[in-house]
Structures are given as structure tokens and as C-alpha cells.
Design a protein around this ligand. Structure first.
Ligand SMILES: Cc1cc2nc3c(=O)[nH]c(=O)nc-3n(C[C@H](O)[C@H](O)[C@H](O)COP(=O)(O)OP(=O)(O)OC[C@H]3O[C@@H](n4cnc5c(N)ncnc54)[C@H](O)[C@@H]3O)c2cc1C
Length: 648
């Protein structure tokens, strides 16, 4: 007979970089950890990460003068002042440790070569002498929105290298992993989370795992944009969705969705920002470098939100290259040379050859912006603890920790997975050490029964209702075309209505395959409503936020409004409630006052409260909205004078 109830100390839902790094920390502290994953962990989406991981090592000439303070400043500017600055500080200070630790775990970082090096900067070839004593240190490349070269990389396979190294550590520590196992509901009593209901994707059986601490590390929800995403097919946001289902735990900033400027047209496969970091540039149909005029200072290396908007505008102005799949632009990396492409950008070389049949050393690459990253997610405090339910934590892309605010800088996500895995993992271990698993098993069996009812309901439906895949595709079209890079009130209102219709359709949808066991259609159907509910929180959040900030751009409210919108969206939506409810909390303690990012528009509506008054209000407001106490009262603070540091 299949076991219906398992127990462990720490249940980690997700076997990507964030989840595995967190489990390592818990196991190292003597806690028993169990990792769940939809796929074998090495096939998690982290494996696809290409271009690099940000850490202020200052190992090469163009990184000189870098420090955690400069990294912090770039991160906050990149976020368009949407980030929690305490968290951004903790992150920037820990990132160098996380990168060096990866070297220790076996990541083959690309290295600095002492002596004369040839680089391309702003379209010009330059020769730079790297100090001989730096030969062999971890190398760094340029990325968007940063003042210094800071992205550490392993060719263009950084995520692959990192995930294999971290997963080897999981194996070495003997941490149990159950793959093809999906958490489908959280087990909680209204104030404390004690595990999750799990569905075995191999045979459809369900069991409960009860744990002292539960960590959600399920990655992003890019697939609510259907085919218009660089994300893997498993990035369906199930972690955020089961947290939302509780009606207690809020999701933060769901409307903050990143679009990456360069994905292959038409497949949407990512072509790393490292291409532009290494000197590649964008061309329109007339072979014009439109980014030079649009952003004279940063050019192709402004932040992703800014570059994506310029690209879409360029195509709307009729300067895109027409193709049977719609217009695209060109990415030109030919001048970097075959040797560079086959070493430092090896994976890009392969992707171009395999997916568009082009040799990037001789031919242009067709690219256009596509959904890429979820800044929003399960709202957690500095310790990674979810608001509202003790014992529930979240890390990585699934979480809104929130160091990215309304725009994540390239390379800051890999770094976040490992930094938050370390930092939050320690907190999880402390929490689990200090608590016991004394909980009513009835609550687990009730959750198990409710999950079984959902499966039974799907299998019992008959008739000619719509297919789950039709609904999925319709959702993707709505999200890309009405909740995309440029948004406006009318289209957002249409999106909300149409998503509401799809939610109704979902209740009428019928499965083609009625097998209760290994049945991908049933597995997807069980996720579909959650995906639609997430899509609705994005659309409604975007509709409510009448300003433009980072990746959230409202054509009808084009200015960043620090007077009224220097805050974070929180949304709750219990399964028995007809509509989501929104509230807002201040962004967090501000050390770097709102200002110009250094790229994009400098026009904005200034805040009228003084910084001191704003900061005084922060803690009280966040507690009012459900923020839990943090182990540390404050994150680490900026060193005096760093705010004015020359960030070039
Ligand atoms: C193509 C691409 C390239 C990128 N390149 C870079 C880069 O160069 N630098 C950078 O900083 N960032 C990059 N990113 C972003 C970065 O890779 C991700 O944000 C990061 O890897 C997410 O890691 P994670 O551990 O949070 O989630 P993931 O790696 O997505 O892992 C999620 C895990 O959760 C599991 N899971 C999901 N739902 C469930 C469930 N319900 N039950 C059980 N398990 C579940 C999955 O099986 C998986 O193991 C890139 C992203 C993409 C799409």
C-alpha cells in the first residue's frame, strides 16, 4: 500500500538552484531535508541560465572600484526604486561569497587572462592590459544596467555549471530528492504551515508530507504568457499558486513582469545579455544601431525594461524586419569573432546553429523581446518567511524577497538564488531547530481529501467542453498582447474580463484522456485554474497601478510616481473568494533616495514626504500588512558616503 503520510524536518518544494542551496543549508545544520521536484533537479529551469551571475569581485580592469555598495546602488536603480533596499544590501554583500563558494563546489568559472585582451565596448574594439597578478581570477563581463563589469560566468552555460555543482553537493550530503513529485496544496491550520500535499506524476497517487518548515522554491510563472516566454514548460507558477490558494499568504508585485530584449525569433529561446555585454549590438531593418540614439550613454546595455521598450517601439515605427512570424530585429555579434563565440558564448553558438540554422560568426541573429522573469511572487520578509503563515518560507524566483522591485538586472537572479538559499536556508534551519512537529494529522488528511476531490472532479466531467490547452493558449495571447511590454487601461480592462471568461471556461473544460494515473493532461488541468488566477492577479495589479515603474509601463500613466506609488502591491485570493483583494505596503526603508536611474526617462513625479517620515512609517505599515518580525531588525547598512559613490 502507498504511504499516505510522510514526515520530515524541512520540506523544500523545488529542486532548482534556490531550493537545493536552501536544503544544503538546512541539512548542514543537522535538519532532515526532503526536496520535491517536477523533474530530476538537474533539469530544473536554473540549468538554462546562460550569461552570468553578479558579484562585485572587481577582478578585471573594467571592474576596478566595484564593491557591494556599487552593486547595491545598481540594483536599486535597476529596480526603479521598487526594491526593498535592506534586502538589496544583504544580497550585494553576500554575492561575492556565494560566487567563490560555487568555485569551491566545482563550477569552472571563466577566468581573467593577464596581459593584453581585446574587448568590444560601445561598438569599438579596445585593447586592455589585465594585470598579470590577476591572471586566473574569476573573470567578469559587462551586463545591462551596471556601472562595472560584474557578471561572473562559465561561458554561456553558467546555470548549467552551477546547478550540476550544487546538485552534486545535495547528493554528497545524502539529501532525499523525490522527483516527478508535485506539491498541489499547502497543509496549514490558518496560522501555521506544516507541509504539503504531493501528487506523484508517475502514477497520479497523492500523499501528504508534514514538516516543521516548508520552503517554496518553485521558480517563476512565465508560462502564463503561453508561448511568449523564454521559460521552460515547467515554469507554471504552481508554488505561487498554492500559496495564493490559502487566502492568507499574499503575493507581492505580481504586475512586475520582465521581458528580455533578445530571444530568438520565432522560438523564444534566450540569447544571453552576455552577447551585448561582450560588445554585440542591435540593428533595425536598415542596419541602423537604434539604441545609440535612444540611449546614448548605456546604448544596448541599459536595463532590460528600457531596451525592450525601445525595441518594440522601433518595430512599431515600421523598422522591424518582416518575417512570417511577425517583425523582429537583428542582434549582431559577428565582429566578436568565431573564437570568442566558440569559447565565451559557446551555448549561443550552439543555439543559433541548432534553432535558426545560422552561423553567428557570419550571420545576424533574429531577435525580439519575450517574457522572461517574474519579479513578483510569494511575499516574504528579510528572513524569507512568508507573510501570514508561520513555518512557510520562499526563496528564488518564486519569492518576492524583494531585491528586484520592478526590474531585475541581468545576472542578479542566479546570484539571488544562491544568496537567498544561503541566508534563508540558515533561517529555516534555525526555525526548524526551535520548533516541533506537533500538529493535527487531520489537517493533512483534509487537505489530501480536498486534492483528491479536485482530481475526481476533472475525471468525472463529460461532454464537449473546451480543452485545457485551448484555454492555456488563449491565456497566453491575452497576457502577451494586453498585459505585455506596453500596457494601457482599456486593454488591461479587456484582459481582466477575458481572463474572467477563461476562468469560467476552466470550470467547463473536459479532459480528452481520463486515465487517473500517468496523465499529463490531467496534471496540467490541475494547474490551469491556478495559472489563470495568477494571470488575473498580474492583470488586475497592472490595472490598479496607475504609474510606470521598471517593467510595468502604462502608456496612459507614463511617469514613475514616487508621490503615490512608492509601494509594493500585495494580493490575496482564497479559493472560495470570487475576486482577489489588493493592498499596498511601503517599499521598505530607503537609503538611496528616489532619483534618475542613469538610463531611460528622467521625468517622474517626486515624492513629497521626507525620507525620514517615510522610513518612520515603513515598519508600522509593513507589520499592519502582515509582515512577520525579522531575526535582524535591520539589514546591513550602506557605508557612509557610498550613496554618492562614483558609479560611472
Ligand atoms: C533562458 C534563461 C536564461 C537565464 N539566464 C540567467 C543568467 O544568465 N543569469 C541570471 O542571473 N539569471 C538568469 N535567468 C534567470 C534564472 O535562471 C532563474 O531566475 C533562476 O534560475 C530560478 O531558479 P529557482 O531555483 O528559483 O527556480 P527553478 O530553477 O525554476 O527551479 C524550480 C524548481 O521547482 C520545481 N517545481 C516547480 N513547481 C513545483 C511543484 N508544484 N512541486 C514540486 N516541485 C516544483 C521544479 O521542478 C524545479 O526543480 C535565466 C532565465 C532563463 C529563462
Amino acid at each position: 500500500m502507498t504511504q499516505k503520510l510522510l514526515t520530515t524536518d524541512v520540506l523544500v518544494i523545488g529542486g532548482g538552484l534556490a531550493g537545493e542551496r536552501c536544503a544544503i543549508e538546512a541539512a548542514a545544520a543537522g535538519q532532515e531535508a526532503l526536496i520535491l521536484s517536477l523533474v530530476p533537479p538537474r533539469r530544473s529551469h536554473s540549468c538554462a541560465a546562460q550569461g552570468g551571475m553578479q558579484a562585485s569581485l572587481a577582478n578585471c580592469v573594467k571592474a576596478e572600484g566595484d564593491s557591494p555598495d556599487v552593486h547595491f546602488l545598481d540594483t536599486v536603480r535597476g529596480s526603479d526604486w521598487g526594491a526593498d533596499q535592506e534586502v538589496a544590501n544583504i544580497f550585494a554583500e553576500n554575492a561575492p561569497v556565494a560566487v567563490r563558494e560555487l568555485a569551491h563546489f566545482g563550477v569552472p568559472w571563466s577566468r581573467v587572462q593577464g596581459g593584453k585582451n581585446h574587448y568590444f565596448i560601445k561598438g569599438e574594439e579596445v585593447e586592455i592590459d589585465e594585470a598579470l597578478e590577476n591572471d586566473g581570477l574569476i573573470g567578469q563581463r559587462d551586463f545591462g544596467g551596471t556601472a562595472k563589469w560584474r557578471a561572473c560566468y562559465a561561458a554561456a552555460g553558467t546555470g548549467h555549471a552551477a546547478l550540476y555543482a550544487i546538485d552534486s553537493e545535495v547528493v554528497r550530503l545524502g539529501i532525499t530528492v523525490r522527483d516527478r513529485a508535485e506539491a498541489v496544496a499547502l497543509i496549514h491550520d490558518g496560522s501555521r504551515c506544516v507541509g504539503a500535499v504531493v501528487r506523484d506524476l508517475r502514477n497520479g497517487s497523492q500523499f501528504a508530507v508534514m514538516a516543521k518548515a516548508t520552503v517554496i522554491a518553485t521558480g517563476g510563472y512565465g508560462r502564463i504568457y503561453g508561448q511568449y516566454t523564454s521559460n521552460a514548460t515547467i515554469n507554471e507558477g504552481t508554488g505561487a499558486s498554492i500559496a495564493l490558494d490559502t487566502g492568507i499568504v499574499p503575493l507581492g508585485n505580481m504586475e512586475a513582469v520582465q521581458f528580455h530584449p533578445t530571444t530568438l525569433s520565432p522560438s523564444g529561446i534566450l540569447v544571453t545579455e552576455g552577447c551585448r555585454g561582450d560588445g554585440g549590438y542591435l540593428l533595425d531593418k536598415n542596419m541602423n544601431r537604434f539604441m545609440v540614439e535612444a540611449e546614448p550613454e548605456k546604448q544596448e546595455l541599459a536595463s532590460r525594461d528600457v531596451v525592450s521598450r525601445h525595441m518594440v517601439q522601433c518595430m512599431r515605427d515600421g523598422n522591424g524586419v518582416e518575417s512570417p512570424y511577425g517583425p523582429h530585429l537583428w542582434l549582431d555579434i559577428r565582429h566578436l569573432g568565431e573564437e570568442h563565440l566558440r569559447t565565451k558564448l559557446l551555448e549561443v553558438w550552439d543555439i543559433c546553429r541548432d534553432f535558426v540554422g545560422r552561423n553567428p560568426a557570419e550571420e545576424l541573429i533574429p531577435v525580439r523581446p519575450t517574457q522572461h522573469y517574474s519579479m513578483g511572487g510569494i511575499r516574504v520578509n528579510k528572513d524569507g518567511q512568508a507573510y501570514g503563515l508561520a513555518g512557510l518560507f520562499a526563496v528564488g524566483e518564486a519569492a518576492c524577497w524583494d531585491m528586484h522591485g520592478f526590474n531585475r538586472l541581468g545576472g542578479n537572479s542566479l546570484a539571488e538564488t544562491l544568496v537567498s538559499g544561503r541566508v534563508v536556508g540558515r533561517r529555516v534551519a534555525e526555525y526548524a531547530t526551535g520548533t516541533t512537529l506537533r500538529a493535527d494529522t487531520g489537517v493533512a488528511f483534509d487537505a489530501l481529501e480536498a486534492a483528491a476531490d479536485r482530481s475526481r472532479d476533472w475525471l468525472a466531467r463529460t461532454g464537449n467542453g473546451p480543452s485545457v490547452y485551448e484555454i492555456r493558449d488563449a491565456m497566453g495571447e491575452i497576457m502577451m498582447h494586453k498585459v505585455g511590454i506596453f500596457r494601457n487601461g482599456d486593454e488591461l480592462a479587456e484582459a481582466v474580463t477575458e481572463l474572467g471568461q477563461l476562468l469560467d471556461d476552466c470550470d467547463k473544460a473536459v479532459l480528452r484522456c481520463k486515465d487517473p494515473g500517468m496523465n499529463p493532461e490531467l496534471s496540467f488541468a490541475l494547474r490551469l485554474k491556478g495559472m489563470l488566477r495568477l494571470a488575473m492577479t498580474v492583470a488586475k495589479g497592472a490595472q490598479a497601478r496607475t504609474e510606470s515603474r521598471g517593467a510595468h509601463f502604462r502608456m496612459d500613466f507614463p511617469l514613475r510616481n514616487d508621490r503615490e506609488w512608492l509601494n509594493r502591491t500585495l494580493v490575496r485570493w482564497g479559493l472560495d473568494e470570487s475576486a482577489p483583494s489588493f493592498s499596498y505596503e511601503p517599499t521598505g526603508i530607503i537609503e538611496l533616495p528616489p532619483g534618475h536611474r542613469g538610463y531611460g526617462s528622467d521625468e517622474r513625479i517626486e515624492m513629497t514626504t521626507s525620507l525620514d517620515d517615510y522610513n518612520e512609517n515603513v515598519l508600522a505599515e509593513q507589520v499592519r500588512h502582515g509582515r512577520l518580525d525579522s531575526v535582524e531588525e535591520m539589514g546591513s547598512r550602506l557605508r557612509r558616503g557610498a550613496r554618492n559613490a562614483n558609479t560611472g
